[in-house]
Design a protein around this ligand. Structure first.
Ligand SMILES: [Ca+2]
Ligand SMILES: [Ca+2]
Length: 301
């Protein structure tokens, strides 16, 4: 097999769908998704934001640290990326490793850093800006990227938390499964927790704390409204897989524990609905006794 044939195969493999987690109704299942692609957007007719964030070691052919923000405003499409790797550079790195001895080698040099290094801006299909200069992108679009992303994620998290407050009416499914460990490991058992919820307008949310450390690292939101960027796009609102960034954890990190333990907002509502000063009245009410000795004995305590 010639080098160029191998290269073509690798390129093709680089396009395979990656597996992510989403759910359909009550059944958890693995579904593929694709990285955002502005050239394959199904429509530009509405203002829209989508965010993808991937920090998984999934395959040597899939970028292991990339975060992408898509903004569509007035038919203009912006795609800003932090941790973008040029596929041609990755190919060169891979082939420089001629012996192929390092299957675990990391061929994706650019990591999420908070300083985006890619922008593509187009009006309909006409490209207006395209840059992979980190200096240019961060200087001109770094603040926009961070501000828009944070505001967008906070909004999605607020929408999810609103579902928890009225959780009786909403279909919220929580699964807690022990994480397997070595027999010799006597530390407390940890649990993987997943949460699935269906929101207004049938937005599906999925959140996961896979390693049981209490911090959510995977969060997706999707709506089946025909907005996509090709076959099997995956979650089309938010798709965060295996986040390792502190600033993102500050926004999404409590989703699973809020769903499992109850959020501060829910606890406050419950507390207000049953204030401690009412407890004595209630006890008196429930255990109202006609035996006068009870009153007397109570007073002795
Ligand atoms: Ca990367
Ligand atoms: Ca975790």
């Amino acid at each position: 097999m010639t080098k160029s044939t191998i290269k073509k195969i690798y390129k093709a493999l680089g396009l395979i769908f990656i597996t992510g987690l989403i759910f359909d109704g009550a059944v958890s299942q693995e579904v593929p998704f694709q990285f955002l692609n502005t050239e394959r957007l199904s429509r530009y007719s509405e203002n829209r934001v989508a965010y993808q964030h991937f920090e998984k070691e999934y395959s040597p052919f899939i970028d292991n640290s990339i975060s992408m923000l898509l903004i569509i405003k007035d038919s203009k499409v912006y795609l800003i990326i932090d941790g973008y790797d040029d596929p041609d550079v990755v190919d060169e790195l891979r082939f420089a490793d001629a012996e192929m001895t390092t299957l675990e080698a990391d061929f994706w040099p650019n990591k999420i850093s908070g300083s985006p290094n890619y922008i593509r801006m187009a009006e309909r299909r006409q490209e207006l800006i395209h840059s992979t200069s980190q200096e240019f992108v961060t200087k001109n679009y770094g603040d926009l990227f961070t501000t828009m992303r944070d505001a967008f994620l906070k909004k999605q998290v607020a929408m999810f938390k609103a579902l928890l407050i009225s959780r009786k009416e909403n279909n919220i499914l929580i699964e807690r499964t022990p994480i397997p460990r070595k027999i010799s490991d006597s530390s407390p058992v940890k649990y993987k927790i997943t949460v699935k919820a269906k929101g207004l307008e049938n937005v599906l949310y999925y959140a996961e704390d896979a390693d049981g450390d209490g911090i959510t690292e995977t969060f997706t939101a999707s709506i089946a409204d025909g907005f996509d960027w090709g076959y099997r796009t995956g979650p089309n609102i938010v798709n965060i897989q295996s986040n390792k960034q502190e600033n993102i954890a500050n926004i999404i990190g409590k989703i699973v524990s809020d769903a499992y333990n109850g959020s501060a907002e829910e606890q406050e509502i419950i507390r207000k609905s049953f204030p401690p000063e009412k407890v004595k009245d209630m006890i008196d009410d429930v255990y109202r006794s006609i035996d006068p000795n009870v009153k007397r004995l109570e007073g002795q305590n």
